[in-house]
Design a protein around this ligand. Structure first.
Ligand code: CP
Length: 358
């Protein structure tokens, strides 16, 4: 049973709760000193098994600005993970020291696996190429601030839509608001996974798939550029084929509307020309700054909201079936129950969303 306010996926909270967190972030941003003692005596752990600048430091800055304290690691090789400690044991121990645990991990489904054994609230700070819900809260705050709305948007998502976890969580969230439309700009190899497209369809939203920025930029309210996720590719040859396919340039920006904004979760490599930074429509540095305020709001919300008691796993346990996703957390954390949602002809892994044909 889940007795905590875990944020593993966006649907752990309702749309009205997302709006509550965003409104609180707006209030904190307007008057941060009013919140400077709200977490006095609280401890947040940040376990970053993968590199991060923004997510880790904005969470840490957020807790410090709320008057709380932080513990954790940003390099598992400096912890007992290097001695072979399992995810379960590390999370079990660190969660007993903390009020809230923020974790980034390379394996898909790792945040749900952590929540199964934790003794405090778990926040998913990115689980492999799967999901990144706190980036999405950042993105929603940015859209609200910059464009004044979260509905009736034509959103272009460009680059690595296959491994780009920020796009998965963002599409899931924006599909929940009325009349949003998606233009998916990628090569066929890096297309948005079909299970995310199914979420768009289930909400009755529309999407189109194109392969250039040029053919669509004039129609967009927001263009979300993403980095090609080198660390997720099976081979360097495949990465070399995909890298640098997309680059937003000052010349391309001439065709965008004067009120379009450009967002990017960052880090950037080559996908936005540096000259675009001076365009007032380039919102990505403001977006990163919003991340700190939205994480302050999320920490406060997590620590004060009454938890909903519910099971973390709702599917069927098939310990004789292995998830076919080589990046699924169940591949290495062997003690985890193999839990699947049964859709008749397919089993859906409850950790990583992999579809397994029966
Ligand atoms: N956007 C984002 O997750 O950035 P970091 O990898 O630097 O945390």
């Amino acid at each position: 049973m889940d007795n905590f306010n875990n944020l593993i996926d966006m649907d752990d909270y309702t749309v009205s709760q997302w709006n509550e967190i965003i409104s609180l972030a707006e209030k904190i941003k307007a008057n941060p000193m009013e919140y400077s003692e709200k977490c006095r005596g609280k401890i947040m752990a940040t376990l970053f098994y993968e590199p991060s600048t923004r997510t880790q430091m904005s969470f840490q800055a957020a807790m410090i600005r709320l008057g709380g304290n932080i513990i954790g690691f940003d390099n598992p090789n400096n912890s007992s993970v290097a001695k072979g400690e399992s995810l379960k044991d590390t999370v079990k121990i660190v969660s007993s020291y903390s009020d809230i645990l923020v974790m980034r991990h390379s394996q898909e489904g790792s945040a749900k696996a952590a929540a199964l054994c934790a003794d405090c609230h778990i926040i998913n700070a990115g689980d492999g190429g799967h999901l990144h819900p706190t980036q999405t809260l950042t993105d929603l705050l940015t859209l609200k601030t910059e464009l004044g709305r979260l509905d009736n948007l034509t959103v272009g998502l460009c680059g690595d839509l296959k491994y780009g976890r920020t796009t998965h969580s963002l599409v899931k969230a924006l599909s929940s608001f009325p009349n949003n439309r998606f233009v998916l700009i990628s090569t066929p190899s890096l297309a948005l996974p079909s299970y995310i497209k199914d979420v768009i369809r289930a909400h009755g939203s529309n999407f189109t798939e194109v392969d250039t920025i040029d053919e669509t930029i004039k129609d967009l309210d927001m263009l979300y550029m993403t980095r090609i996720q080198r660390e997720r590719f099976a081979s360097s040859e495949e990465y070399e084929r995909q890298k640098d396919v997309y680059c937003l340039t000052k010349a391309k920006m001439q065709y965008a509307r004067p009120d379009m904004i450009v967002m990017h979760p960052l880090p950037r490599v080559n996908e936005i020309e540096v000259a675009v930074d001076d365009d007032p429509r380039a919102a990505y540095f403001r977006q990163a700054n919003n991340g700190m305020y939205v994480r302050m709001a999320l920490i406060l919300f997590t620590l004060t909201e009454k938890p909903k008691i519910r099971p973390l796993l709702i599917g069927e346990i098939h310990n004789n079936v292995c998830c076919t996703n080589p990046k699924c957390v169940t591949q290495t954390e062997k003690y985890l129950p193999h839990s699947f949602i049964n859709r008749g002809d397919i089993l859906i892994c409850e950790y990583c969303d992999e579809r397994i044909l029966l």
